[in-house]
Design a protein around this ligand. Structure first.
Ligand SMILES: NC(=O)c1ccc[n+]([C@@H]2O[C@H](COP(=O)([O-])OP(=O)(O)OC[C@H]3O[C@@H](n4cnc5c(N)ncnc54)[C@H](O)[C@@H]3O)[C@@H](O)[C@H]2O)c1
Length: 332
């Protein structure tokens, strides 16, 4: 694995964690459109070790020029629009980034004879589990239930059919819900931390009974690397932690760790089509030697500490976010 690895979405939350873990040892070429969710600050610590291109994966000509220049040996494809609530408002940017973008990456990987293509999918492609005990194995049918997960399922089919039709040397990973430093404050954990820091109401959908499986971002990035190195072509690997909690319990745990009262929690109208429970069986990845290493309590304590130390970053993102939402609602 001596050649260049092209990493799409490498300025995002999980992609940048992967880049930070490997920049010193490997030749990494990061491609990112720098949407509202992308931020080169996440790569500041390793900026001198990587090559960066600002580009949209949905723009095939631009991506072709980057492939021609960099000649990557392998591709790890993180780039996507990722926020479910936004996809419910308008799914078109999701179709462009997640579906057209993936088709372009697959086409270019074939054209430039890439040796390894790692596609980052999500556990959301399974839809929700309606009970509280079974876990999805990789063989379970895909039943996405929101516009975002529909585009992620479509992207997966583009990859799996390219494996079968053209022999694309691809593997797919389906991670559970990630948390950790640098996550954009529109997602559940950083929203709670930010609101609590300012003693504001902490919004929780419905009655907070939805169950999520929490995976620390460093463990996720290590899982992706395990699949990159050892995964079998054409195979799919779940990445989970087996650490599940109803959202209300997670919200209370965070508030307790921040020494804030549970009375800050405010239940808000549930998200339409909100999945009840996600839970994946990651025995297949464990067989490749990977294990999650970060205990939830430790990971969450450190995450809260990181946000406390980076309040200006968090605050700046939140202001940007509010401006963006104002524009979205004004258009409607
Ligand atoms: N965060 C999670 O809990 C989670 C769980 C499972 C799977 N995933 C998947 O992991 C991947 C990364 O997620 P994340 O949480 O880091 O997301 P993120 O939103 O933090 O980052 C996405 C990155 O992709 C970039 N991007 C978006 N559209 C692009 C385009 N058209 N061209 C080039 N770059 C573009 C953004 O600028 C950003 O840097 C995604 O594919 C997501 O579906 C995330």
């Amino acid at each position: 694995m001596k050649g260049k690895i092209l990493i799409t979405g490498g300025a995002g939350f999980i992609g940048s964690e992967y880049v930070r873990q490997h920049a010193a040892k490997r030749k990494l070429v990061v491609v990112d459109k720098l949407t509202y969710a992308g931020d080169r600050q996440r790569l500041k610590a390793v900026a001198k070790d990587i090559v960066f291109h600002k580009a949209d994966v949905a723009n095939k000509l631009r991506m072709e020029a980057i492939f021609a220049k960099e000649k990557p040996q392998d591709v790890i494809h993180f780039a996507a629009q990722t926020h479910v609530d936004r996809s419910i408002q308008d799914n078109h940017p999701f179709i462009a980034a997640n579906v057209t973008g993936t088709q372009n990456m697959v086409d270019l990987a074939r054209q430039f004879k890439v040796k390894r293509f790692v596609h980052i999918s999500t556990d959301e492609v399974y839809g929700d589990s309606t009970d509280t005990h079974s876990r999805f194995k990789e063989t379970a049918p895909l039943r996405p239930s929101n516009p975002y997960s529909a585009t992620k399922a479509a992207a997966e089919f583009i990859v799996t059919t390219a494996v079968r039709t053209y022999g694309l040397p691809a593997v797919i990973v389906r991670p559970a819900n990630n948390y950790g430093p640098w996550q954009y404050p529109e997602k559940f954990v950083p929203v709670i931390i930010l609101k609590a820091l300012h003693n504001q109401h902490v919004p929780v959908y419905g009655k907070g009974l939805q169950i999520r499986e929490w995976l620390h971002v460093t463990d996720c990035a290590r899982g992706i690397d395990t699949v990159y190195k050892k995964g079998k072509t054409g195979e799919i690997y779940n990445i989970g932690s087996y650490f599940e909690r109803p959202n209300i319990v997670t919200a209370k745990t965070i508030l307790q760790a921040m020494e804030k009262p549970a009375s800050l929690i405010k239940f808000v109208k549930d998200r339409p089509g909100h999945d009840f429970r996600y839970s994946v069986d990651c025995g297949k990845l464990r067989q490749l030697g990977w294990r999650p290493e970060v205990r939830f309590e430790t990971g969450m304590r450190e995450t809260i500490q990181w946000y406390r130390e980076n309040i200006p970053w968090l605050q700046r993102k939140r202001i940007m976010l509010e401006e963006l939402w104002k524009k979205v609602y004004k258009k409607k």
